[in-house]
Write a protein that binds this ligand. Sequence first.
Ligand code: VGL
Ligand code: ZN
Length: 211
Amino acid sequence: MQIKQDDLLLVVDLQRDFCPGGALAVTQGDAVIQPINQLATRFEHVVLTQDWHPADHLSFASQHPGRHPYDTIEMSYGPQTLWPDHCIQGSRGAEFHPALHIPHASLILRKGVHREVDSYSAFYENDHQTPTGLAGWVRDRGIRRVFVAGLALDFCVRFTAADGAGCGFQVVVIEDACRPVNLPGSVEATHKQFRSLGLKPATVAQLLAGS
Ligand code: VGL
Ligand code: ZN
């Protein structure tokens, strides 16, 4: 697969809290950083997303007495998984991982900033109605194809890829440049959704080889 000038690399949530030692650590989350740094040099357009919650965000189990991380609750917009406190605005855990090095990235999109609604996707908040503005940014640049990589495969990457396709972009998930949180059934559900949306997977090696 050949990377073109009007392609975008969308790098999802490569933050300290999602890497080993972080508040919501994804197994081997940091293993994707070097490949993504390398891939990013091939893209003219790169966007980084940053999970960026107020300290009292309602996706935090700590805001729901008697509830625990990874429980599911019903919010006004549907089911919501509860998480340990993570990526609090301005905190060390919310910083990009120090090994991430993509100086030419032209947009940093912060999401999950509203207390009442989580935002896994970089395009829409979890109510599936409130846009982040990214679709317009992408369209205005004439970008047609969006490559997605980062953390976590079964949450923010999954919802970003699905919404990107819903916005009319051609979406390619670079699966070996992602790692999952891996809750029961979450990875299987992700693959099933990708298949049903007809999303193309790619590997880092395929892209670097341009084949
Ligand atoms: C994420 C859970 C909560 C992610 C963000 O980046 O996949 N997962 N907030
Ligand atoms: Zn979050």
